[in-house]
Design a protein around this ligand. Structure first.
Ligand code: NDP
Length: 588
């Protein structure tokens, strides 16, 4: 095999096309299984105490937030800051934390720097123990935030919101849940998170397996035991080598007698360099330091310049690679080829078995699949008890009572771990089952049937006092916490004005249309082409990126901080342009 660093752009293009073609499937998203029937057990909450049965509630609060993850916590805090007292987070989990409640697999770790990612470090006075904290610490921090801001007071767990109906006359939402609750609230925030509903691959025979099988996001002690003790002496298989799989592999490798890693597409894995928090890690200790660090990181991780006096504060793989792109004077395709060439060379340098090394090299453009960072994943393949079973883009052919079959060879196993990701489906509300009825009963899913329609990604005409957090028509930051912080501060600012006026708020149809046009027209033909050339992933609708409901279809493309500045300027103008406030008769 030719040294990949020396591929010409033409050769690379051809190779990338070949690799993409192997993975494009006619069934697209339908290749994955929903957790119904016998498979429902893969989605059960192993940490819930009891079934959560309780009497239904009839109550009135200031706001209901659907979800209790990092975005929801920030929303709740910012609502409290503008005077809303009763803020009720409702989550199907039995505690706060969202993705950090669910994802407790060994090695689970935040891959955005902790000092940027863990919210409210200044307010809580907490200092993360590592540059990239592990799940127990992040989960505990979410609980710390909830305690610190007294958010447990009104929180409701093991409960799913089913419907919400808006009423102009009372200026309220009526929210109903699967526990029979009826809750009145002036504000409704939808923050369902993306990484909660496991998905399983539609591999033939998946329901036949007789050993222990589980998904990484439901890693209960009953499966592997405390400290993975139950895996000692066992043959373990893991399917999936995305950001999750590669964090789990080194941990499994340490205990399993034999570990088979079933790979469909290699991840691009760059250095992590995690380390304990060192003295002097923070050179900026003035109030507001965390937000300044967030802005610095969001800029640097997208290749934008950072203030000279700050420099690159986080200085990690995200910012390093973005910097290479930004500083390169070459054609972006050539730069991309060089960067992916470095990833491939890194595999060769670390993995001793040439066949495994070749199979672990990613052949697609940077960012086609989520970039990953890990120092233990590639070295794990040098262990005698770890075998990479590459499936050349197809995935395993079959699962039997006691084995995973690839190319006619049965790999016998005792336990099978699915690191196969989450049911992201199509559209922001996909999989939530939520029926949000705005004015005149209009369903939000109908309004968005042909793609998102919002102002600033946060609210929509005909759906007063309702906000959305997450990957809507907002800009992308590598740090979800930063995205959500800016969104929630903005929402709270508008809410404060509505409260001051005793009114409900919504964007005008014109402002919404103008914003939708801004977002949709920003995509250049080159960007569209690049997306079409990408190997399939959950981010591009498994290789069909033009669907308007694809995960990132509606992003504000000029970038995170640019978008946050647009919001800040809008607030500073003080005119609330494009938003109407309608006095509520019963409150004036
Ligand atoms: P992904 O969807 O990213 O990866 C799923 C993996 O399963 C891929 O390797 C995929 O292969 C593989 N797979 C799916 N179907 C099959 C099949 N039939 N046969 C073999 N393999 C199959 O899920 P993850 O859980 O890894 O990550 C989800 C998201 O979670 C990430 O995008 C990231 O945002 C987040 N995350 C964040 C972390 C953090 O630290 N902040 C850590 C971990 C996850 P293929 O690539 O071919 O589709």
């Amino acid at each position: 095999m030719q040294d990949t660093a020396e591929l010409t752009p033409e050769q690379a293009r051809e190779k990338y096309r070949e690799e993409r073609a192997k993975r494009i499937r006619a069934d697209g998203l339908d290749q994955y299984l929903h957790l119904e029937g016998d498979l429902a057990k893969f989605g059960q909450d192993p940490w819930a105490e009891g079934d959560g049965a309780r009497d239904p509630m009839q109550t009135t609060v200031d706001a209901v937030i659907i979800g209790a993850g990092i975005g929801a916590l920030q929303m709740a805090v910012n609502m409290r800051r503008v005077g809303l007292d009763r803020v009720m987070m409702i989550d199907k989990a039995s505690d706060v934390g969202g993705t950090w409640y669910w994802n407790r697999y060994p090695g689970a770790q935040c891959d955005t720097e902790s000092y940027v990612y863990l919210p409210f470090l200044e307010e809580t006075g907490y200092v993360p123990t590592e540059k990239y904290a592990h799940q127990p610490e992040i989960y505990e921090h979410c609980r710390r935030v909830a305690r610190h801001f007294d958010l447990y007071r009104d929180a409701v767990f093991q409960t799913q919101v089913e419907e919400a109906h808006w009423d102009d006359a009372s200026g309220r939402w009526t929210i109903s849940t699967d526990r029979g609750d009826t809750i009145q609230a002036r504000y409704l925030v939808i923050c369902p998170g993306r990484l909660q509903s496991p998905k399983l691959p539609g591999i033939k025979g998946i329901d036949r397996f007789q050993g222990r099988a589980w998904h990484t996001s439901r890693w209960a002690p009953e499966f592997a035991g405390e400290d993975l003790a139950k895996l000692a002496g066992k043959r373990v298989g893991i399917i999936g080598t995305g950001a999750t799989g590669l964090q789990a592999v080194p941990k499994l490798a340490e205990v399993a007698d034999q570990l088979y890693v079933f790979q469909r597409t290699p991840s691009a894995v760059w250095e992590r360099n995690n380390r304990p928090t060192e003295d002097g890690w923070n050179t900026d200790t003035e109030p507001g330091w965390q937000k300044r660090r967030m802005w610095n990181f969001t800029a640097a991780a997208a290749g934008f310049p950072v203030p000279e006096e700050q420099g690159d504060l986080v200085d990690d793989g995200w910012t390093e690679i973005a910097g290479w792109f930004a500083k390169s004077q070459k054609d972006p395709e050539v730069t991309d080829l060089e960067i992916m060439g470095r990833m491939r060379t890194r595999v060769e340098e670390i993995v001793k078995d040439p066949k495994a090394a070749e199979a672990l090299k990613p052949y697609y453009r940077y960012g086609c699949k989520r970039p990953t960072f890990h120092d233990g994943f590639l070295p794990a393949f040098n262990r005698p008890n770890v075998e990479l079973v590459d499936t050349d883009g197809r995935g395993p052919d079959e699962i039997t009572e006691n084995a995973v079959v690839v190319d006619g060879q049965a790999y016998e196993i005792d336990c099978l771990v699915f690191a196969t990701g989450f049911d992201l489906g199509m559209g922001f509300l996909y999989g939530t089952g939520l029926k949000i009825h705005g004015r005149d009963g209009q369903l939000l899913t109908d309004k968005w049937a042909n793609g998102l329609r919002t102002l600033h990604g946060m609210y929509a005409n005909n759906f007063p006092n309702c906000f959305y957090l997450g990957f809507t028509q907002t800009a992308f930051s590598v740090s979800y916490t930063h995205m959500a912080l800016e969104q929630t501060e903005h929402a709270a600012h508008v809410i404060a004005e509505a409260e001051r006026r005793g009114a409900f708020l919504e964007p005008t149809a014109e402002a919404e249309q103008a914003y939708v046009d801004t977002v949709r027209n920003a995509k250049t033909p080159a960007m569209r082409q690049a997306q079409w050339e990408c190997t399939p992933s959950s981010g591009n609708n498994e290789g069909n990126p033009d669907d308007p409901n694809t995960l990132f279809a509606g992003a504000y493309l000029p970038g995170g901080n640019t978008f946050f500045q647009v919001l800040a300027d809008w607030r500073a103008a003080g005119t609330f342009e494009g938003v109407t406030f309608t006095p509520v008769a019963s409150r004036s």
